[in-house]
Design a protein around this ligand. Structure first.
Ligand code: NAP
Length: 470
């Protein structure tokens, strides 16, 4: 179809518009109050790019009814499954859903490479550059697919962490085989489909063996890394088809995934290598510290309610346990009641509280907690000395003083919320159970601290009913 506007075809214009929506959407995702809209805008952009590709990439022809039917059937099935999963997913299961969707992206990139390789064999124009792009798309897409599926299984609790003896050596051997085979396919001129399938199997196996030994709790970092792989693989697909929207989308996913991986590692004060081979939180050296640290003091619901009601300034530190208890709405109710009593309440948000980046922001936004009430960790720490009560809800590692004062601790050097600088601390959790890093927390034995044991939602509900009587 020869329709041009300002010298650009409708197809090119649609790709430009789609690319702009991806960038805008991504920008808006960085602020919780605009994230939902940003996601929708980028989604519409993707819809436009897909529609434009189907309608304008090639001359529309009724002969291709089978192709169109398959594309529409694929779109319909994907839309129904994706929507059902997204509607049903619990906030705590978000990382595994991201991993599953990411794996599907990797699988698509791998399949594209297989199909295009076959086209080349049957008389397509062959250039070394194109072959390399196809081979890299297959390798990276397949690693991302199988690795993401293992990450999904681990987070669902269906697959246990397992390291093969000499696993690192096997992995290095596999990498050598993968790149050796890819090099042969790229430069020998021998376009063998069986060798391409062998490359597929080796890459899938590498994805499995690469993710298998990594501690289950380190999965969010690995998922983000695999996400960047999928982005790269999709960008290769964009090159292959001369599809600018796919290229921009892939580059954005690839770079966002890489940046996120680096940010998470920095916030945990760990290197990527340590995440990949460190088995952090897996119950190894990290969990061997002794629990002989003094006595813990408990607080009754009534005393906790009185302390809160007569405070001028309260800081809530939410953590993974808040998400597990699904107590975001309840904490927002507590906030409203305390504010009615003249208490100034804010939330101290640690960058890696929870199990995925922005976990606490998303959780609290879901309960309509006003965004200005969320303070970044550095700002919250500045305010700590003038805070009357800190309410730590289901957080553990992100308030562990060992990060500051115990050089032997695996979390030493990780920035934390310095709750011990406040006048009083109340920790809401079910038991003396450890957090993600699998280590003791001396905060629980701190003279200023009192424990309110129980499920976070139950404890908050009890606090609310006490406060109503005060
Ligand atoms: P955490 O250290 O994992 O501790 C969570 C605490 O919540 C547990 O000690 C648990 O104690 C308590 N809990 C669980 N269910 C609860 C419930 N229903 N009610 C009340 N309490 C409950 O969590 P965190 O302080 O948020 O720290 C996050 C950790 O994850 C950090 O180590 C971080 O490095 C890591 N991480 C985060 C990300 C990310 O992107 N956010 C990514 C990778 C790793 P009980 O069992 O005693 O209740």
């Amino acid at each position: 179809m020869d329709t041009t506007i300002l010298g650009l075809s409708i197809l090119e214009l649609s790709y430009i518009v789609a690319s702009v929506t991806f960038i805008l959407g991504l920008k808006m995702l960085s602020s919780p109050d605009k994230a939902r809209k940003g996601n929708l805008i980028a989604g519409y952009g993707m819809g436009l790019a897909i529609a434009a590709t189907i309608l304008f990439k090639e001359e529309f022809s009724a002969d291709k009814w089978l192709n169109y039917s398959l594309i529409l059937a694929g779109l319909a099935i994907g839309t129904v499954i994706g929507m059902r999963m997204a509607i049903k997913v619990k906030m705590t299961a978000m990382p595994q859903m991201v991993s599953f969707f990411n794996g599907m992206g990797g699988a698509c990139a791998g399949v594209i490479s297989l199909v295009e390789f076959d086209h080349l064999r049957h008389g397509g124009e062959i250039s070394a550059g194109m072959l390399i792009v196809i081979l890299l798309g297959l390798i990276i897409g397949s690693v991302s697919f199988s690795g993401s599926m293992i990450a999904y299984g681990k987070l669902e609790g269906k697959i246990a962490d397992k390291a093969l003896p000499a696993g690192q050596i096997i992995n290095i051997g596999l990498l050598i085989a993968i790149f050796g085979l890819a090099g042969y396919l790229a430069f020998s001129g021998h376009l063998s489909m069986p060798l391409m399938y062998a490359l597929l199997v080796l890459s899938l196996l590498y994805g499995v063996l690469f993710v298998m030994p990594i501690g289950g709790a380190d999965m969010p970092v690995v998922i983000s890394l695999l996400n960047s792989f999928t982005g790269m693989a999709a960008a290769f697909g964009g090159f292959l088809y001369g599809n600018q929207a796919m290229l921009t989308g892939g580059i954005l996913v690839g770079s966002a995934g890489t940046i996120l991986t680096v940010l998470m590692c920095t916030a945990m004060n760990r290197s990527l290598t340590n995440v990949i081979i460190g088995s952090f939180g897996g119950g190894g050296a990290a969990s061997t510290q002794s629990g002989e640290q003094g006595t813990i003091k408990e607080i009754s619901v009534t005393d906790a309610a009185i302390l809160l009601a007569y405070a001028n300034k309260v800081s809530v530190v939410p953590g993974y346990g808040l998400a597990v208890a699904q107590a975001q709405h309840t904490v927002h109710n507590l906030e409203k009641i305390l504010e009615d009593k003249g208490v100034d309440l804010t939330y101290a948000i640690h960058p890696v509280a929870g199990r995925m980046p922005g976990h606490m922001n998303v959780l609290l936004a879901e309960a309509d907690v006003p965004y200005p009430k969320l303070l970044e960790m550095e700002d919250a720490n500045e305010d700590m000395a003038s805070t009357d009560v800190v309410l730590v809800i289901g957080a553990n590692d992100v308030v562990n003083p060992a990060a500051e004062n115990d050089p032997s601790s695996p979390i030493y050097g990780m920035p934390v919320v310095k709750v011990w600088n406040a006048k009083n601390i109340i920790v809401l959790k079910r038991s003396m159970g450890k957090g993600y890093a699998g280590i003791e927390n001396e905060l629980f034995f701190h003279p200023k601290n009192r424990m309110l044991f129980g499920d976070a939602k139950d404890s908050l509900e009890k606090l609310i009913s006490e406060l109503k009587n005060l």
